[in-house]
Write a protein that binds this ligand. Structure first.
Ligand code: HDE
Length: 724
């Protein structure tokens, strides 16, 4: 058997990090089974025992080693973001950013830096569904030539809280409740909404989570954000504030909540599988890195505080400048060794980049190293292959559990003369890291600037920037989330907060929850305040945003027309017209879409002309929610069989209800007669609404490709009446 050769980077293209990892890669193909000491094992089937029916012997070092290792296989999962998926790749700078930062990896056009990226959900445990309504983590480790730089971001640009000291409360409130560990991977329970309703600063992020952003279509189709404002420093010491953005080349897309719930049952690894399969097929994953730059002197020009992590800078005010591209092109060889053991830390920065005084970021700088100590078992986690920098590493840190490095020499202190002063400090001109010498003259206090008290204006901006279809989803998401809680007073408090965002939104949510919306004022906004503080200091500021809406906040205006890696189901049965299958398949795959044959049974189906087609999925193991679009090829017998198959009919109902592109060739449209959607299809302008009913040769393929590129057709009427 040949040793496994990973798809992705060929040996000649291998990055320095890949060559570094190669030293640790192990492949047992054509090798003997051995103990950890390298002793070849002759019998892996039986424990050493006293006779055939006698007791096992303690001296069996082979058994003991194997069992002991197994007994210790588990490590604690991450306290947040435990479920994730990772991939290797490369970052390539588009242009030199030297004018603004001395960071070497951004210093010249075309410069390449290896990366490892991990996407994650936040709340669910390691084995939970990918489709939870949640924030997604988007953490990138750049192995730069000046040391590792970690950009540990999320797919939502704002956070729940303004101060790190509230993080344990937030996480306790959102995780399963402590007495019975219910519910899993969801915020839809009393504790979270109780907390949120008392933390008005969370309102903005909540608006994002209840929108489609909380249920992405794919890790490859979501934006990423650094969230905090960071500082860039150039060689002259000049500061520029930056906000980071990752823009997916395939656009930003989501699923609907009804789909998310069903996918969670059918394929809880949906996002994990999607990422893995795309890379495995050579469909590498691309994100452009963008920055919003604000000169230091403009820090106070905005009607919000740049240090407040519950605020974004609207793109309409400061455009995003695209400065490079990340391409994820290689799956990990081993999930645990790489994806589980990778240790991100916002404190891993390189010269040219620095922190701001965002109080959330400041707290994170403590938490990440602290958590790795328990999660990865000690202070030497930087020596685990996936975490090691490619930049040389020398210092006087020594010992500790699982030390990998063999530090040579007599000297382990500094200053020293015995070792000639080595390793020596680096001058700034030689790349030595120097913190930005910000002037601070302050009293020690526990308080926050009043400029942080605008809790609602950007939540309103977000809501008002959504299309009608997106607003509808937000309203029904609130109705679901708040409908799941038991305490009426929490619901009312939340609706009270929503009145600050948009009255009509609050009214519709209240209606769905079944309580009358008060004509008069709702109860005042409540907030956790320090014991001796004056609650007036926490009252919301009434800030008017400079703009009323910003298109970049709606997903409607994302990239369209690209159907690469979109999943299209072909509904077929015995007797299908083989040419109808082949010509559509050819047209779609030429554009990069993925086609799966879905049929009543696994194995093969026969075509009208006696040929055979391999089935990818049976109706028993599949469903419309796993696809972006579906096509029904012609073939009288095939259509006749599908008509009698309830799962096939349900497939169509769901696809229609979820506003996906549909194509039916020739007599295939007869299948509509067996469905509930026949009269709905009649009442709409089919093509405009993504239902293509044509014969081959009349532009069927092109029209279908165009429709898939539109992703969803919100104008379909009465979809809520479809029994699916
Ligand atoms: Fe994290 N966060 N976080 N977080 N976070 C962790 O670190 C923490 C925050 C983010 O794929 C933990 O290694 C605090 C914001 C990602 O391995 C922990 C606060 C953002 C990941 C931790 C925040 C993030 C983490 C758990 C508030 C977006 C997964 C395991 C002060 C900008 C990284 C670990 C991966 C993971 C602490 C808030 C992103 C406990 C205290 C804001 C993507 O250290």
């Amino acid at each position: 058997m040949e040793k496994e050769n990973q798809k992705g980077q060929g040996p000649e293209e291998k990055s320095e990090k890949q060559r570094d990892l190669d030293k640790h890669r192990e492949d047992g193909t054509n090798e003997h089974l051995t103990t950890n000491q390298g002793v070849k094992i002759n019998d892996n089937q039986h424990t050493l025992s006293a006779g055939e029916r006698g007791p096992s012997l303690l001296e069996d070092f082979i058994f003991r080693e194997k069992m002991t290792h197994f007994d210790h296989e588990r490590i604690p999962e991450r306290v947040v973001h435990p479920r994730g998926s990772g991939a290797h790749g490369v970052f390539e700078a588009y242009e030199s950013m030297k004018e603004h930062t001395k960071a070497s990896f951004l210093s010249e056009a075309g410069k390449k830096t290896p990366v490892f990226t991990r996407f994650s959900t936040v709340v669910g445990f390691r084995g939970s569904t990918d489709l939870a309504r949640d924030v997604r983590g988007f953490a990138v480790k750049f192995y730069t030539d000046e040391g590792n730089y970690d950009l540990v971001g999320n797919n939502i640009p704002v956070f729940f809280i303004q101060d790190a000291i509230k993080f344990p409360d937030l996480v306790h409130a959102i995780k399963p409740e402590p007495h019975n560990e219910i519910p899993q991977a969801t915020a839809a329970h009393d504790n979270f909404w109780d907390f949120a309703s008392l933390m008005p600063e969370a309102t903005h992020v909540i608006m994002w989570i209840v929108s489609g952003r909380g249920i992405p279509r794919s890790y490859r189709m979501m934006e990423g954000f650094g969230v905090h404002t960071f500082k860039w420093i150039n060689a002259e010491g000049k500061v520029t504030f930056v906000k980071y953005h990752w823009k997916p080349v395939l656009g930003t897309h989501s699923v609907l909540w009804d789909e998310a719930q069903k996918i969670s049952g059918m394929d809880p690894d949906f996002h994990r599988r999607d990422l893995w399969e795309a890379i495995d097929k050579g469909e590498f994953v691309e994100f452009e890195l963008g920055v919003q730059m604000v000169p230091e002197e403009d820090e106070h020009k905005f009607d919000f505080d740049l240090l407040d992590p519950t605020k974004l800078i609207p793109e309409a005010l400061v455009p995003v400048r695209k400065i490079g591209k990340m391409t994820l092109n290689r799956n990990p060889d081993n999930f645990f060794a790489e994806t589980e053991q990778v240790a991100f830390h916002p404190g891993h920065i390189v010269p040219g980049i620095d922190f701001t005084n965002d109080p959330l970021l400041q707290g994170r700088l403590f938490s990440y190293l602290d958590t790795q100590l328990i999660r990865l078992g000690g202070p030497n986690f930087h020596g685990i292959p996936i975490n090691r920098p490619i930049a040389p590493m020398h210092n006087n840190q020594r010992d500790g559990f699982m030390r990998q490095q063999i530090n040579k020499g007599k000297v382990n202190y500094e200053p020293n003369s015995v070792g000639g002063g080595c390793p020596f400090q680096a001058k700034m001109k030689d790349g030595g890291f120097v913190s930005h010498t910000e002037h601070i003259d302050a009293r020690k206090i526990r308080a926050r600037s009043k400029s942080f008290n605008d809790y609602f204006s950007q939540a309103s901006l977000f809501y008002h920037s959504q299309t009608e279809a997106e607003k509808k989803q937000i309203i029904s998401a609130f109705q679901f989330e708040l409908g799941m809680i038991e305490r009426e007073e929490i619901r009312k408090r939340m609706v009270g907060l929503l009145t600050q965002v948009d009255k009509d939104l609050a009214k519709q949510v209240a209606e769905g929850l079944g309580f009358p919306f008060p004509d008069g004022p709702m109860q005042p906004v409540q907030h956790g305040v320090p014991a001796d503080a004056d609650p007036k200091d926490y009252e919301p500021l009434n800030v008017k945003q400079a703009i009323k809406e910003d298109k970049s906040l709606s997903m409607e205006y994302t990239v369209k027309g690209n159907i690469r890696t979109r999943m299209v189901a072909f509904l077929c049965a015995d007797g299908v017209d083989g040419e109808s299958v082949e010509s559509m398949k050819k047209a779609l795959t030429q554009k990069g879409a993925m086609v799966k044959i879905v049929a009543p049974h696994n194995g093969k189906i026969k075509t009208e002309s006696g040929g055979e087609i391999k089935v990818d999925k049976s109706f028993a193991t599949s469903g419309s929610v796993l696809f972006d679009a579906f096509y029904v090829p012609s073939g009288e017998k095939s259509i006749g069989t599908l008509k009698k198959n309830a799962k096939a009919i349900n497939f169509m109902h769901e696809g229609y209800k979820h506003c996906k592109a549909i194509a039916m060739e020739g007599d295939a449209k007869d299948l509509l007669k067996a469905s509930y959607i026949e009269h709905l299809v009649e009442s709409i302008d089919n093509e405009k609404q993504g239902v293509i009913l044509e014969k081959r040769g009349s532009g069927l393929e092109d029209k279908f490709i165009q429709a898939i590129g539109q992703h969803r057709f919100w104008g379909r009427e009465k979809t809520e009446r479809i029994p699916a």
